[in-house]
Design a protein around this ligand. Sequence first.
Ligand code: ATR
Length: 263
Amino acid sequence: MKNYLVIGNPIEHSLSPKLHNFWIKKNKIDAIYSKQKLNDSEIGSLILKIKKKLIDGVNVTIPFKQKVIPFLDILSLEAESTQSVNTIYLENNKLVGHNTDIDGFSLSVKKIDFEVTNKEALILGAGGVTPSIIYALNKMNVSKITVTNRTREKAENLKKLFKNLDIIEWGSVTNFDIIINTTSVGLNTKDEIQLELPKEIKNKLFFDVIYNPQETNFLKKGKELGNKTENGKNMFIHQASAAFKIWHGVQPEINNDVMRLLD
Ligand code: ATR
């Protein structure tokens, strides 16, 4: 039986095992997917298990997406460009790190049919998933990307990876067509992002990487003002499906059962 897992800290709330095990069963694959909470000092020994073929693949979540990199042999272009790995596998005896969050985001935006090309993007936050979203937006040919983060220095640091960023003070807002919350503000239903939004904004896209709760106050506000909204559920499902394809060679089906699984 093949053995897969997601590592992170905290990890209790990860829905990756539920999703992957559903697809594993559906596709009659002899495998199991579990979760493991790690400390920084345990990353090396865990990754060694992939090399020894005791583990067949690993998903990586907060706070390890960057920390796993020194233990890998090869990074895909996407992982290298974002310095962020969420999927690890062994190929020709080399440990490969890849980033499927990028495709996860792009596919979820494509799905809602919102044209991003030549549009302006404003990103809230500069955490683990932010580089993936910037990379995806660049690939989708947005005209401008602005980042605002509570800790400004972390937003400034993103300029080392991406040359074309504008950084503005936390809470202030520039012109945008798509605004994306990549912060953890909203995970608690009462959380509110203090944003100086103009009164008249319509027909924009408000995207939140959070999917539990389904509708954060940020999305509620966007909707109230007459904008399109999308939470992070499809992004999460698509990043998982891309990892599944890499490991098992099968594109898993995303249907209503899958959507309901995560409610
Ligand atoms: P990490 O920073 O370890 O990658 P993350 O969950 O990916 O963790 O990122 C958390 C993001 O949410 C960061 O952008 C963080 O802002 P800081 O860089 O200033 O910490 C943001 N964040 C978390 N709590 C916040 C709050 N109460 N107000 C504003 N931003 C917050």
